[in-house]
Design a protein around this ligand. Sequence first.
Ligand code: PMP
Length: 350
Amino acid sequence: MSKFMSERFASLKAYVPGEQPRDKSYIKLNTNESPYPPAPQVIEAVNSREIEDLRLYSDPECKHLREALAKQYDVTPKNVTVGNGSDEILSFAFMAFCSRGVSYPDISYGFYPVFADIHGIPKKEISLQEDFTISAEDYYNAGTAVVIANPNAPTGICLSAADVEKIVKSNPDNVVMIDEAYIDFGGESCIPLISKYDNLLIIQTYSKSRSLAGGRLGYAIGNEELIADLDKLRYSTNPYNVNRLTLAAGQAALEGQAYYDNNNREIICIREYTSNILLGLGFSMTESKANFIFAKHPKLNGKTLYKGLRDRGILVRHFDKPRIEDYVRISIGTREQMDTLLMTLKEMLA
Ligand code: PMP
């Protein structure tokens, strides 16, 4: 650290993203990307004309994309804002709505504590139940803002919309942020509730179910005033936060929704197929409604599994954290990739 770094960031622990190795090609099942390319409409939209137009700034209002998202989710454009990945939206939301602190599950997305720390927000980590489920009551009258990934990461376990609604209802004076990064793989979105509650903010991303992790595009849907607050911070930080190519890609992706719906159904099928074979190999796992499986084996601990797979050219994610250190999180790849994974695990177990 340089002697110039602001004192308030001196003890900040940065978020550690999953590996993105460049040294050799791995079967990459570690950061929950889609194994499928973006929709043909996206590939068509990001064309040489759009590239020539990169000399111009992008639309700070992101008007067309907001309109398209509003239509997709049956809300108005004033209920939507967009960001450079949902991470950016989450960061703005922490900055905007968490002055009284923030509560979130102790096992969840590793970026939440980092957002809290960078914005100087007091954190309240609430333990998951023994079986890794979230007990909705633990978040009633929280006295702070609340952020919950639904489905949760890295467990993939879902809360019902009815449970989310109870949490939102019991916290009328605080914002409840529901991070639906993985909602398109079997969960129940709470977007329909935003017209009923002024304290509910839904955050989604194009990174997982729309094959655009590298495009960096996320969005928030909520009451008009919450969205205006986020936009105030967006304009005060980086009004051109979504670049021209990504704006075009994001809009075109919505025209290709049928393609993505089909891919997502396929990913769910491959998840169930892989889970069944893993069970047969002696693994146990949480009930995932996401594009990953969270599994452990009685004979191989998490680190050994991670390292053994890495040595054999397959990347999965391991979290060196109490209660989950025995697990690995395996993103769902193509059927062929999962067959290679399963064969490799069989060899390791033999
Ligand atoms: N929320 C959760 C729960 C995630 O796992 C991720 C992916 N790392 C994100 C948000 C951020 O996704 P992105 O910034 O790519 O939209």
